[in-house]
Write a new protein. Structure first.
Length: 381
């Protein structure tokens, strides 16, 4: 079978047929050691199969040590010496914007527990939400032979940066966590943020609110934020309420890393954000309810309302997102959407382990979310 072109008429999966075909070409000298293999596009045309099929087959051959991908150059047949020296590091790289909140720590815990059961350990790196630093970590870890693959909670960016694109094209095992780039074509595990945004907005609509503000940082291009906004818009449309762009407030500061923020700047930055929220809530036609894009932003809204003499929920109803520990400790306790970051980390790690073992996991996983009703929205009072 190894010399035959792949065919849908045979019972073996197409990707396995491609693997056998390429193994035969490697064995008979069609692709001698150190020679370049055809590109993915060329293999698709030669073998009449899809790009995912070609990528899956190539990843299996990489995992067996028969070929290797060099970013920016292509795919090459390994020499016998390099095949003999193929081994795993036993390490997985985990990149996050910063380890400063409960949500990220639970992601790390879930991932670490899962990979430890398979004798791997984590190499953790913080990007500080800086694209340049994230790219440097990815390249240094991979090109330095420090890791076998990556779990990544990407820095805020409207599209994949060059390092992501190059590594993904080279078949490097990557799984994205919490936010994703569909065009990158790598597996991801995220919350069902569209559903979460819909549940919160529908709940506020059911309580009688018609002017609902959506408060976030200037990052609506990030998939998690975009999903919540999409759910917000879906609930409004279902209720027959036109979407009002003026109710989407992005006047908060961009995410700043702890490296960027000096200790004496923290009070000034918080004051700036509260002033921005104050201006939003001082409009003559201010919203009667606020959907804060996460619980940390909700805390800023609570502080601002307290300074303005506005009662929550009497004057302004409030909901958050994530169900951080602070949500239940606020006064009043915060209505929010509960995510499952531990499961997110564990599921993402399981997908990466599949890739490392030559299996192709399902690309998209959207974890369920739950509406948690407390008194900040006015329900149950």
């Amino acid at each position: 079978m190894g010399g035959e072109l792949p065919s849908r008429s045979r019972p073996e999966p197409l990707y396995q047929q491609v693997v056998e075909y390429l193994k035969q070409r490697l064995a008979d000298g069609t692709y001698p050691p150190s020679s370049a293999l055809p590109s993915e596009m060329e293999l698709m045309a030669q073998l009449h199969v899809s790009r995912p099929t070609v990528r899956h087959a190539l990843q299996l051959l990489i995992s067996e040590g028969l070929i290797e991908r060099i970013p920016g150059r292509g795919t090459f047949a390994r020499t016998p010496e390099r095949r003999a020296n193929t081994r795993r590091t036993g390490t997985i790289g985990l990149l996050v914007p910063e380890m400063r909140d409960y949500f990220m720590m639970r992601i790390v815990s879930g991932a670490e527990r899962t990979i430890a059961q398979h004798d791997y350990h984590l190499l953790l790196a913080n990007s500080g939400n800086e694209i340049g630093l994230e790219q440097r970590h990815l390249r240094e870890m991979w090109e330095g032979g420090k890791v076998d693959g990556f779990l990544v909670m990407a820095a805020d960016s409207p599209q994949p940066h060059r390092a992501f694109s190059e590594l993904a094209a080279a078949g490097v095992p990557i799984v994205l966590v919490d936010r994703y780039y569909e065009e990158l074509g790598v597996p991801f595990v995220v919350s069902d943020d569209v559903r979460g945004g819909y549940l919160l907005t529908r709940h506020l609509l059911q309580l009688g609110h018609r002017r609902i503000g959506f408060v976030t940082r200037p990052n609506v291009y990030v998939s998690s934020v975009a999903g919540r906004l999409r759910g917000y818009r879906q609930a409004l449309a279902e209720a027959g309420i036109p979407f009002d762009q003026n109710l989407v407030f992005q006047g908060l500061l961009p995410y700043l890393s702890e490296v960027q923020v000096l200790e004496d700047m923290v009070p000034r930055l918080a004051l700036f954000e509260r002033q921005a929220i104050r201006e939003f809530l001082s409009r003559p036609d201010r919203p009667t309810a606020i959907f804060a894009c996460n619980d940390i932003i909700a805390v800023q809204v609570v502080e601002t309302c307290r300074e303005m003499g506005l009662a929550i929920p009497g004057d302004v109803a409030l909901v958050g997102y994530a169900d951080e520990p602070v949500a239940s400790a606020l006064t009043p306790p915060l209505t929010t959407v509960r995510q499952h970051p531990y499961d997110m980390g564990a599921r993402a790690a399981a997908k990466l382990l599949d890739l490392l073992d030559g299996r192709q996991p399902e690309q998209a996983t959207f974890l369920p979310v739950e509406l948690v009703v407390r008194t900040s929205c006015g329900a149950g009072l």
